[in-house]
Design a binder for this molecule. Structure first.
Ligand SMILES: Cc1cc2nc3c(=O)[nH]c(=O)nc-3n(C[C@H](O)[C@H](O)[C@H](O)COP(=O)(O)OP(=O)(O)OC[C@H]3O[C@@H](n4cnc5c(N)ncnc54)[C@H](O)[C@@H]3O)c2cc1C
Length: 422
């Protein structure tokens, strides 16, 4: 249910959206379906950023942030052990420090509780949001409803993860625990040394995330959205709306949505956003013609990687590396993912591989930034979705579209405000 609020003060009817990842494309589609004139701008084209290479999981239950109580104790092991899923480009460390302080501070139990409570409305019903958005689009063919499985060495390892599962339970999620052969009965690809698994029904996955977003963008264009390929360097609020300073000159619009993922800080800061943002670099390998693959996304809870069956092979994705937006990929995360998949699936072989590294837009408190600028009335924000951007993109796009169109979204957006670090 949405209700009208006073119309926005903008004489130019065009709404510009910067960033054609899952968030920007979803917002564009929702806005054009609300009858608005929309321009979608990306310096590289749809799905050329992080939305290309994620694990494809519609992770309705992903409400637990990376930083949880005890992270300081666990981090050195994750960082320095040869099988740890955390990596650091040490040359970047001095620059990272400013982010690490609020990031680690957010691991307090009460903050984590707050974060989980406010991630839940963005992800819990996300599968339906994806199906609704892709109605009538070729993008629909990449969507799959499925369970989501987490695997552990044994019951003790699952129980040691109780903080995570208690938090999910508190937020309304339900699951079944499988042990021994019951795991293989449900998911035959998982090796027998995994003695415990958790299965959550009513999840889903996208079997080609990049093409999915490209297909949604093509649908948006077919429905009237203008797509412009150029980089935006600055946004100036003016009495009529906004002026975008781009690599190809100025663009005038009535309002603008910043949906530039991990690259959002420079544009958003000038309009009052003060939530610390970093790239949590993540990696994937797509293995063509795998000897076996799971029927659903399977998360190795210790290795913190997901194996998802994709249109072009088995995608193994995960790892967090801090190293900024500019450094080239490292080799060690790829090697770790390959060791991980050989451990997960018995006698695993494949024909060829494609590798990728991308930038999760990570805010210090693991809540995205969604809403209107506190200082520029025609500027809106939709970024910072770290590990859940694919999942939450369509819902975020809808909430933003409603806001920009002068409708009242039906969830309280206060927790996602851009100046919450004031
Ligand atoms: C390894 C890995 C696995 C993941 N797995 C999952 C998963 O299974 N499920 C899930 O929900 N999420 C997952 N994620 C997270 C998810 O991919 C991201 O949160 C999501 O893609 C972010 O989408 P976005 O639209 O905000 O940003 P992006 O997709 O990065 O889009 C931003 C766009 O902005 C453009 N841009 C940037 N700056 C400018 C500028 N100045 N001018 C013009 N254009 C600009 C870029 O070209 C880019 O196209 C994963 C991420 C990684 C790295």
């Amino acid at each position: 249910m949405t209700t009208e609020t006073p119309s926005q003060e903008q004489s130019n009817p065009t709404i510009a959206i910067i960033g054609a990842g899952i968030v920007g494309v979803s917002c564009a589609l929702h806005l054009v379906r609300l009858g608005k004139r929309v321009m979608l701008i990306d310096r590289a084209g749809p799905a050329e950023g992080t939305s290309h290479g994620n694990a494809g999981v519609l992770a309705c239950c992903s409400v637990v942030p990376v930083t949880t109580p005890g992270i300081l104790r666990r981090a050195p092991k994750m960082l320095f052990s040869s099988d740890g899923p955390l990596f650091m480009k040490w040359r970047y460390f001095p620059k990272l420090l400013k982010f690490l302080v609020p990031y680690l501070k957010a691991s307090k139990a009460e903050t984590v509780d707050h974060v989980a409570r406010h991630l839940t409305p963005l992800v819990a019903d996300s599968v339906d949001e994806h199906f609704n958005l892709s109605e009538g689009s070729p993008a629909r063919k990449w969507l799959n409803r499925s369970p989501y499985m987490f695997v552990y060495a044994d019951r003790a390892a699952y129980e040691a993860d109780s903080f995570t599962w208690d938090l999910r339970k508190k937020n309304g999620f339900k699951w079944q625990v499988l042990e021994g052969d019951a795991i293989r009965k449900r998911e035959p690809s998982v090796a027998s040394h995994y003695g415990c698994a958790v299965i959550l029904e009513d999840h889903g996955f996208v079997s080609n995330p990049g093409q999915y977003v490209k297909d949604l963008a093509a649908t948006a264009v077919a429905e009237g959205v203008e797509l412009r390929i150029t980089g935006v360097n600055a946004i100036v609020q003016n009495p009529q709306g906004v002026t975008l300073k781009t690599e190809d000159g100025e663009i005038e619009a009535g309002a603008v949505v910043i949906a530039t993922g991990a690259w959002s800080a420079s544009l958003a800061k000038a309009h009052g956003a003060n939530v610390p943002l970093e790239s949590e670099r993540g990696y994937h390998v797509v293995l063509a013609e795998p000897s076996m693959q799971p029927t659903m996304p399977v998360m190795d809870a210790k290795g913190k990687f997901v194996a998802t069956p994709m249109a072009d092979g088995l995608r193994v994705a995960g790892v967090v590396e801090f190293g900024g937006l500019d450094a080239p990929p490292s080799q060690a995360p790829f090697d770790l993912l390959l060791r991980g998949i050989s451990n997960l699936i018995p006698n695993f072989t494949y024909k060829s591989k494609v590798t990728w590294m991308g930038h999760r837009p990570a805010t210090a408190d693991s809540l995205p930034v969604i809403g209107r600028s506190p200082v520029s009335k025609n500027v809106y924000f939709g970024y910072g979705h770290h590990h859940i951007g694919l999942t939450a993109g369509p819902k975020t796009g809808r909430l933003l579209a409603e806001m920009v169109a002068g409708l009242q979204p039906n969830i309280d957006l206060h927790a996602y405000r851009a100046d919450r670090y004031s």
